[in-house]
Write a protein that binds this ligand. Structure first.
Ligand code: GLU
Length: 576
């Protein structure tokens, strides 16, 4: 229900015909009366205590970690209480709009598992509180601006940008608060005649709130995160409707949060200073304001000092950074949960395999000041989460990254799921006792597979402790010898006994005990001999179990690699 404005009519020119003025300034014929919107957007039928939250970004195209942090708090607050989380696009500033920005918000948040129940571009039967783009809600705002003018609580201002600049300069010079208020609010006391003369002269105008507040008055407000905060009343006659007929953020958000039936506004603490304006707007509009929760900024340690994450200095502020590098999305979310609620970490240790959604998120447990974001900790969480994946899940995760950011070669490789799964079982240790726990990003995992494909196989380690360039005949004996006896049907122990016997012939100690007892009698140990094979097959001096690798790569390609390596070594030896 719309309450009658609590303020008395405060128009200085008591004789002014405010109805006529409102109809002149807002001439739209088909506007609904303000009170009609109460039934257009009825109260939501939700359980008691259910929170209705929203993410309300401007479509600037830059979606950052702070947005995800806030969205996660919104989503958790709504869904742990049986409520609704919706997306509203605050596009009142046409200049900042970037094509595709809305899709990018939805896609980015979806990647991190955060979904909206209703809102802009969301296909949902719940979409009953739209339109969810502010520019499409102009009529609603205009209806309320009209009402405020009729009540003497808003007025037209014809000041030019130059005049406003001059006022600001004077205020700065006098060390006064800048803005449009008190004696500086020139158009507040225009007579009816002056207003109509200005209109007749075609002067552009904005509509300002006729503030009823005073900086002499303070009041205490309860923030859902920060607790009781004492603030000074607003006395600024802020612009509510711009000259293009579109409202300002201040005005639009008050109307929207009321009619979209938002119960809890979670937003960055940079909005705290505007809170007195917002509460005054709710008051003059006759609305009961939602609860506000101002989140603290994300900080990072920069040497010894703690500072805000910055768009310019910190690539990790952008959400695209995590997608491109291929951090495990759930890890980013779980890490942010520990930043949101410090007791999440303890819960997570007790419930290592639990769904984070089972944790009882509490808005009032959020940090009151500077939340420290530590990329290294996030990496640790990512490693842990990746190490928990089954081969199938790991395939899906890596493929998702490859599809978007991989090379054409990577994409081709991932067409052979069976082959990739075999590799994953081996290199990630899936299902085995030695589960690999050092992969923090998809890109890293994909690059670890390079030597399983001919087009990405490369000799990254050329160094050979024994033989090698210095002793081509040893390398030849090892590679040719093994090529002759290799049989992919051999199990691990037969495979190894063959390595030992070829190594013995090539002058290596076949048994470690022999090598340890008389190293001077041999070219090296059996593991040095195996390294020659390993480098030929994988290009690396270290790899997981070579017998399994050879089994995956297949006999034909293994023999080709042994042969190719032999040629390389021959050329190197001849070049010496
Ligand atoms: N459109 C505002 C922003 O992008 C939203 C602030 C709010 O959540 O109320 O910062």
């Amino acid at each position: 229900m719309i309450l009658t404005a609590v303020y008395a009519r405060v128009n200085e020119d008591m004789d002014m015909d405010l109805k006529k003025l409102a109809a002149t300034l807002i001439p739209d014929k088909a506007l609904l009366a303000p009170e009609e919107y109460e039934s257009v957007y009825p109260q939501r039928e939700l359980e008691k205590g259910a929170e209705v939250t929203r993410l309300a970004p401007s479509p600037t195209g830059f979606i950052h970690l702070g947005n995800l942090y806030s969205a996660l708090a919104d989503e958790r607050a709504a869904h742990t209480s049986g409520g609704i989380f919706y997306l509203r696009i605050e596009d009142t500033d046409e200049k900042r709009k970037v094509e595709g920005a809305v899709e990018s918000v939805i896609r980015s948040l979806k990647y991190f598992g955060i979904k909206f129940d209703e809102g802009a571009e969301i296909d949902s039967p719940l979409n009953k509180y739209g339109p969810y783009y502010q520019r499409q809600r102009a009529e609603i705002y205009r209806s309320f601006v009209k009402k405020l003018i009729e009540e003497g609580l808003a007025y037209p201002c014809f000041c030019t940008a130059e005049e406003l600049d001059a006022v600001r300069e004077k205020q700065t010079e006098n060390k006064e608060t800048t803005g449009y208020y008190g004696a500086y609010a020139k158009c507040r006391s225009l007579s009816e005649e002056e207003i109509y003369n200005n209109l007749k002269a075609g002067k552009p105008f904005v509509i300002r709130l006729k503030s009823q507040g005073s900086i002499e008055n303070k009041f205490t407000f309860r923030d859902a995160i920060k607790g009781d905060i004492t603030v000074t009343e607003n006395d600024q006659d802020v612009v509510i409707l711009k000259s293009d007929g579109i409202p300002t953020y201040h005005f639009a958000h008050a109307i929207d949060d009321h009619f979209m039936r938002t119960t809890l506004v979670i937003r960055g603490e940079e909005w705290l200073s505007s809170l007195p304006i917002h509460l005054e707007l709710h008051k003059v509009l006759g609305f009961k304001p939602p609860r506000y929760a101002h989140t603290c900024s994300l900080m990072k340690m920069d040497g010894e000092t703690k500072r805000k994450l910055s768009k310019r200095k910190d690539p990790e502020l952008s959400l695209d950074y995590y997608r491109k590098a291929g951090y495990f999305p759930l890890a980013v979310v779980k890490y942010l949960m520990t930043v949101l609620n410090s007791n999440f970490e303890e819960w997570s240790l007790k419930n290592p395999d639990g769904d984070y959604k089972a944790f009882k998120f509490k808005i009032d447990k959020m940090g009151k000041s500077g939340a420290l974001f530590d990329l290294e900790k996030l990496c640790d969480v990512s490693k842990t989460e990746i190490s928990k994946l089954s081969a199938e899940e790991c395939f899906d995760f890596l493929k998702g990254w490859v599809d978007e950011f991989g090379t054409d070669g990577d994409k081709k490789h991932f067409e052979d799921k069976e082959y990739i799964i075999k590799i994953l079982n081996l290199i990630m240790g899936v299902g085995g006792k030695k589960r690999r726990k050092d992969i923090e990003r998809a890109e890293q995992g994909v690059r670890l597979m390079d030597y399983f494909f001919d087009d990405t196989f490369a000799h990254t380690d050329k160094f050979r402790k024994y033989g090698a360039e210095k002793d081509y005949s040893t390398v030849k004996s090892m590679l040719e010898g093994f090529a002759r006896v290799y049989d992919p049907a051999d199990d691990n122990s037969v495979w190894f006994s063959k390595v030992k016997s070829v190594a013995g012939v090539a002058g290596f100690a076949a048994e470690m005990s022999e090598w340890k007892a008389n190293p001077e009698n041999y070219k090296g140990s059996v593991s040095d001999a195996a390294e020659i094979l390993r480098i030929a097959i994988t290009g690396k001096a270290n790899s997981p179990d070579l017998c399994t690798i050879m089994g995956i790569i297949g006999k034909e390609r293994c023999l080709e690699r042994l042969d190719a390596d032999l040629c390389i070594m021959k050329n190197l030896a001849q070049a010496k």
